[in-house]
Design a protein around this ligand. Structure first.
Ligand code: IFM
Length: 469
């Protein structure tokens, strides 16, 4: 299948501060919850931390050279809150802000559109010590931090994204505990959901005021759930996890209200009294574009209470579930192929998701802000990384984006996750998502076959028939 994407369709790549920057204690950066978590024994694979990561803090100019060399129109990166405001509130760290200012200018000099995310999971530790996202004050501190950053970088940033995947921050951070700060408190997870929504709205207003020419966005990892059978019970299981994962964010952010079924389903976990009058309207800051991260689908069923459970939700092993209030929903293993994360490969799910958003929120432009795959890459004796499976994965998902556009979805761009191999959270450096390989001993960057493939796509806008493998 050959596809030609429209003129103006944006091809980009994405990264996040803690995953690539390193320099964890340099130039006044304070500790974040991920520093604490990764330095706690048993939390990450092999005890890996982001202390050095891909050393991007020192190699940013070289890395922007790769972005430009790939012919990308946009680069999505995140700003480290503890680099800019080491204590979460209080004095601003000028050296931290200057780093991002240089990065943004470096992108503009290379003709690349900066797409900046304000929060990709690295909460300043002091704010977690004061209660973290389950506490309302954190949302207010986030708006102050946003004002400092947007005040400094303003309209030089083309698109401001408030949050990356608040689902992970709330449910993995405070529900299952497989992400920092590693708490396992179901009610706190739902309070975190709300304060992330509130913080999005508060920061959205700040962005509108301080950078009126920039676009406002948020990136959600919306889930595609499929029922294990045609039974009413399985359909209800889908409805409940959809409320937790998708509508808990889409509701307030796009419609200004939590879905009634979410509040009812979780009534035994919390009474939602942390939601104050006007909060939901605040969360609904009008967006210019919705960022969508997509990797795979989930197969769910209503657990009968008797048969063995699978709990194959693909989000790490924990005795605690991120699916608070839906503990009787079981996640089933799915047929292959799978990536090295154990996630099933299902490009049709991306088409389905984009079309759902188009149907439910007509007129809202969409951007695929993350899509990609971890595989066990092998460096050939000639130094080349023949990552044909990643090329195949990316090819089929880009094609799925094209299919959604053919069917009417207004998709403005696609960002591959990730530019570089990086710190994959609880999996440390063991899982590689980059189209550019990082040798962590030497910090040498090597373009994998997928980088060459992506360059051809980004510079022509043409998806050519799949390369034979
Ligand atoms: O590495 C992460 C990223 O930080 C957020 N989205 C999913 C990626 C792969 O797990």
């Amino acid at each position: 299948m050959r596809r030609v994407f429209p003129e103006g369709f944006v091809w980009g790549s994405a990264t996040a501060a803690y995953q690539i920057e390193g320099a964890a204690t340099e130039d006044g950066r304070g500790p974040s919850i991920w520093d604490t978590y990764s330095h706690t024994s048993g939390r990450t694979l092999n005890g890996d931390t982001g202390d050095v990561a891909a050393d991007h803090y020192h190699r940013w100019a070289e890395d922007l050279g790769h972005v430009a060399g790939l012919g990308l129109g946009a680069y999505r990166f995140s700003i480290s809150w503890p680099r800019v405001r080491p204590g979460g509130c209080g004095p601003v760290n000028r050296a931290g802000l200057d780093f991002y200012s240089r990065l943004v200018d470096g992108l503009l000099e290379r003709g690349v559109r900066p797409v900046a995310t304000l929060y990709h999971w690295d909460l300043p530790q002091e704010l977690e010590d004061a209660g973290g996202w389950p506490t309302r004050d954190t949302a207010l501190r986030f708006a102050e931090y946003a004002a400092e950053v947007v005040g400094a970088l303003g309209d030089r940033v083309h698109t401001w994204t408030t949050f990356n995947e608040p689902w992970c921050s709330a449910y993995l951070g405070y529900g299952s505990g497989v992400h920092a700060p590693g708490r396992t408190e179901p009610a706190a997870a739902l309070a975190a959901v709300h304060h992330l929504n509130l913080a999005h709205g508060l920061a959205g207003r700040v962005i509108r005021e301080l950078a009126p020419a920039a676009e406002l966005s948020v990136t959600l990892n919306l889930h595609v759930f499929r029922p294990a059978s045609g039974s009413a019970a399985d359909a209800d299981a889908v409805r409940r996890v959809d409320a937790l994962a998708n509508r808990a964010f889409l509701g307030p952010m796009l419609d200004g209200a939590y879905p009634a079924d979410l509040l009812a389903d979780t009534a035994t976990v919390t009474d939602w009294s942390f939601v104050r009058d006007g909060d939901e309207r605040t969360a609904a800051a009008p967006l210019d574009v919705l960022g969508v991260n997509y990797y795979s689908t989930a197969l769910v069923r209503a657990w009968d209470g008797v048969s063995a459970r699978s709990d194959a939700d693909g989000h790490g092993s924990s005795a605690h579930t991120p699916w608070v209030g839906a503990e009787d929903v079981d996640f089933l293993p799915q047929p292959g192929p799978h990536t090295a994360m154990g996630w099933n490969i299902e490009p049709a799910g991306l088409t389905e998701l984009l079309l759902r958003l188009h149907r439910e929120h007509p007129g809202l432009p969409l951007m695929v802000t993350e899509n990609g795959a971890a595989f066990d890459d092998v460096v050939s004796p000639d130094g080349r990384v023949r990552d044909g499976r990643r090329v195949d994965y990316l090819h089929r998902h880009v094609d799925a984006v094209g299919a959604a556009m053919d069917a009417g979805a207004d998709v403005r761009g696609y960002f591959v996750w990730s530019l570089l191999d990086n710190f994959e959270w609880g999996y440390g450096y063991d899982r590689r998502f980059g189209i550019i390989r990082v040798d962590y001993d030497t910090q040498q960057r090597t373009w994998k076959d997928s980088a060459h493939w992506y360059r051809a796509l980004a510079t022509t806008g043409r998806l050519e028939p799949p390369p034979s493998r």
